[in-house]
Design a protein around this ligand. Sequence first.
Ligand code: P6P
Length: 337
Amino acid sequence: MTTVTTLGQFIIEKQADFPYAKGELSRLLRDIGIAAKIVNREVNKAGLVDILGDNGTTNIQGEGQKKLDVYADEQFISALRSGGECCVVASEEHGDCIFIHSEISKNAKYIVCIDPLDGSSNIDVNVSVGTIFSIYRRTTTEGPVQLKEVLQQGVCQVAAGYVVYGSSAMLVYTTGKGVNGFTLDPSIGEFCLSHPNMQIPRNGVIYSINEGNYIKFPQGVKDYIKYCQVEDQITQRPFISRYVGSMVADIHRNLIKGGIFLYPTTSSHPKGKLRLMYECNPLAFIVEQAGGKATDGYCRILGIQPESLHQRTPIFIGSTEMVEKVEEFIRLSSEQK
Ligand code: P6P
């Protein structure tokens, strides 16, 4: 009889890794896990109920919101409000931070940045979508939480994770002591440990990029894409191109199989498309904890000092040797200018 370790049991067991922990982060992670189960239930039956399609509204990014975007946002914010451990939420779906003022949260010390439903353009065509979250600790216990406490470098994260709503629902997270993956067992309604101590292969043969933007890429990235496509037995090229268009799904696959995900600057997104605080930082924390690398082409993602809540960054993330190879092409191209 194999023993099953649920997410809740695992969180409690790992709390021992933090001698001064009083259980607040554990409760916060459990609150997120519960909201993820609720969102998964709706994602799974989308198409059967009136929750597909556009909500007829736009978010701060000016992007059309899907009904499931709004639903997921409401579920995670509600869980964070009622859990009492979170004092402020920065969500992709809201222009400003949501400050939580309630009796239960008056001593809350955690800050959550979240993309409630990433890849939502895929919802209506039944392709995997995901949730990405990032957790920081307040930098002071004095007075109400300030925006500057939210704008911390990714290296200051105390935890980060994602949920991928795919052929099964998986929750993957780190608290800075490795990466563990949990698969939802619908028969018991629990996330169960299925991928302990996840490690990304140091090298890989999968590259994930929207090649439709090829003409808009910087020269160094174009050179790297051509490198991926050249026949070479020793380095097992040409590499395999896989792009879902849902960051969580692409990175989850590369985390397991090895590979690199690239979203460079383009002429339409001169600072990159993906957001630092609730997409790139949390995924960079996870990939680094799994032994991989994440940069903007020049500098470590986790070292970027955020200037604004929704700022974007180019990102090259995945197997260390593949990220270092694209950095080499970018550097060479810059030197030739
Ligand atoms: P493009 C989804 O909208 C998202 O934010 C990420 O999940 C995904 O990797 C990227 O944008 C896809 O962008 O420009 O290739 O459609």
